[in-house]
Design a protein around this ligand. Structure first.
Ligand code: HEM
Length: 468
């Protein structure tokens, strides 16, 4: 990562809510005629939002293809989302409604707020957390190893994002559902791609949903969900408590309270882990491959650490995350500079004031919670990849509102603790097993923004040799 484009993005001093009479319309970010800010936003939305914050403050409007988006950004946005006021002022339904309707379901966790959201989160909490793999870290490491050895052959150029998607499906399938539906990976990917691009972020036109490629993939994904429900029902004995997965928890809740989880929602819920975890984890692990290989001194530290931990048996689950501080720092730093959630989308639940500007009920709002990731005020030399930022006493990420890779507020990632362990396992195994090489030492990562920001699908690395 270069230091030449370091931005001075110090936050503006005060965000006190002024009386409504002094409210103004959020300033419109200057852009080109007609297309407004479409191009810089498409190129690098995270840094674009950060530049706008520097120039316009924490509230502004952006013209994207003739639509005006309202953006609330910075540490102010991140802390606002965690307050009662933020909860009252923002709702999620419209942002996600098209997704669950597309599956013929009645609701989904991301689209609900209030009591219903709490009830659904309670059902899914255990199954989505690292408790889902408690006592099974070694199994998960073995699955990770087998998948990597199959897909990353010595001498080959591996398309990193695609290979990581296969790995995630194996990991999540085993952890959350008890089986890995490899033959459905392409269908899951295609369905998620279209739904997120067209229905959720609305970056692509609606007619795409009629394409046979999408309709086939969606039908297959639903078929997988229905098959999982049938398999569950055909089991002759109930799953013992210690082996219960997310699927057991959802099916138990369906039996207990069919109004909360009706029959119509089951097929979509079975595929839920992939919708939430496929792109997020695969994009993040791919970005970590790049950042670690790009910084040879970081690679050396990571390799020394993973060699020690992977060679020690048996695995210490309680100490697993703490046992590899350099790798942990590299993951944290990559998630700061390559956040998969640049902004969270919400709807204004009522008229309210923010940063001296009036926001109207019904407006779609992008909450740019990743903006502080790029501000020197929080992270000195913010564009520099520095894995030691997170250890005390520096602990730069612990400043209020500074670090939000898993979102903010009551919709904060439910899979966070599980994702953290999976990221560590995947990276530990990869750097333990292989000696990898970027296309060239001066290679600069190409990124994509749709549907989820991350490395471009064309990103490849060479497997030079087996290390172990
Ligand atoms: C690197 C990995 C991941 C990142 C960076 C990430 C990030 C996020 C973010 C930013 C949100 C909030 C979205 C919003 O507020 O609109 C979210 C929500 C969520 N994530 Fe993750 N995620 C990751 C992995 C996972 C995994 C592996 C799972 C489970 C399989 C998961 C399950 C969920 C769920 C269920 C929600 C919805 C929570 C709710 O609405 O209450 N995530 N994630």
């Amino acid at each position: 990562m270069s230091t030449s484009d370091t931005l001075d993005l110090s936050p503006t001093p005060s965000q006190t809510t002024p009386p409504p009479s002094s409210d103004r319309v959020p300033p419109l970010v200057k852009g080109l005629p007609l297309i407004g800010s479409t191009l810089p936003m498409a190129r690098d939305p995270a840094r674009f939002f950060a530049r706008c914050y520097r120039d316009y403050g924490p509230v502004y409007r952006v013209n994207v293809f003739g639509n005006q988006l309202t953006v609330i950004a910075g540490a102010e946005a991140a802390t606002f989302m965690g307050t009662r006021e933020g909860r009252d002022c923002l709702r999620s339904r419209e942002a996600w409604e098209p997704l669950y309707k597309e599956f013929g379901a009645s609701k989904m966790l991301s689209a609900e707020d209030g009591e219903m959201h709490k009830a659904l989160r309670t059902v899914m909490k255990r199954g989505f957390s690292k408790d889902a793999i408690k006592g099974r870290y070694q199994d998960m490491l073995d699955i990770t190893r087998d998948t990597l050895l199959r897909d990353w052959t010595v001498g080959s150029q591996v398309p990193v994002v695609e290979a990581m998607q296969f790995l995630v499906v194996d990991q999540l399938g085993t952890a959350l559902t008890g089986q890995s539906p490899r033959e459905y990976v392409k269908d899951i990917r295609t369905t998620i791609l279209y739904i997120l691009n067209v229905l959720v972020t609305q970056q692509r036109p609606k007619f795409l949903m009629k394409l046979p490629r999408y309709r086939r993939a969606k039908a297959r994904m639903l078929e997988l969900g229905r098959q999982m429900v049938r398999d569950y029902r055909s089991k002759s004995i109930a799953t013992p408590d210690e082996y219960k997965t997310l699927i057991d928890d959802i099916m138990d809740a369906h039996q207990r309270d069919p109004e909360l989880i009706p029959e119509s929602d089951l097929a979509m819920l079975m595929a839920g882990p992939y919708v939430a975890g496929l792109d997020t984890v695969a994009n993040t692990t791919s970005a970590i491959v790049y950042t670690v290989l790009k910084h040879p001194e970081v690679l050396r530290r990571v390799q020394a650490e993973v060699d020690a931990v992977m060679d020690a048996q048996p695995i210490n689950e309680d100490d697993y995350m703490r046992s590899m501080p350099a790798l942990y720092g590299a993951i944290m730093e990559t998630m700061r500079l390559y956040p998969i959630a640049v902004a969270q989308i919400r709807i204004a639940n009522k008229d309210f004031s923010f940063g001296g500007c009036r926001i109207h009920e019904g407006e779609m709002i992008y909450l740019g919670t990743a903006v502080p990731h790029f501000q020197d005020a929080f992270y000195p030399d913010a564009e520099v990849f520095d894995i030691d930022r997170y250890a005390r006493p520096r602990a730069e990420h612990l400043q209020p509102g500074a670090y939000s890779p898993y979102g903010r507020g009551h919709h904060t990632c439910l899979g966070k603790s599980l994702a953290e362990v999976l990221l560590m396992m995947s990276m530990a195994q990869l750097f333990y097993l292989f000696d990898l090489e970027l296309p060239s030492p001066d290679y600069v990562l190409k990124t994509k923004t749709a549907p989820t920001p991350g490395p471009a699908m064309s990103f490849k690395v060479k497997v030079r040799a087996r290390r172990h």
